[in-house]
Design a protein. Sequence first.
Length: 184
Amino acid sequence: MSKIRDEVTAANAAYAADFGDKGKLALPPARGFAILTCMDARLDPAKYAGLAEGDAHVIRNAGGRASDDAIRSLVISHKLLGTREWFVIHHTDCGMELFDGPTIATLLETSRATASFDGKSWANQQSEGGSREGWHVAWLNFKDLAQSVRDDVARIRNHPLTPDDIPVHGFIYDVKSGQLLPVD
């Protein structure tokens, strides 16, 4: 057992003890929308979007990018569960701006252990056997935050499985102020 595992299971036990009527929530999201956002631990979509359990679908990945899998989730969210509006929310100070595909692929070639960042470059601290598989991953990093939102909104809007009547909104969440800033 790990300390973190013990903390998570204890927190879950407390949560489940006070679960109440949440077991009766409907499968479709009550407010009829979905959010695609980053996995960054500083983002709490329930708080920044005013969500209660059961209100909306929240799809998270590194960078909040419109990957094939994220689009798959959005399409299921609409087609089978009735969402009528979608939000793409990236954020300031995103780690996806700090590397490019060749950088991470090169790091992974020699080590799968956590790398370090000195503010300018990444370096492996261990060499325990890596893999060339990193060269086959679309990392979906970016250098221009607002453009990454525009690109993802456009990709979703123009996807052949996205209905024409689904609004797709783009925002940047400011990690310093908590504000959602619209992106045209």
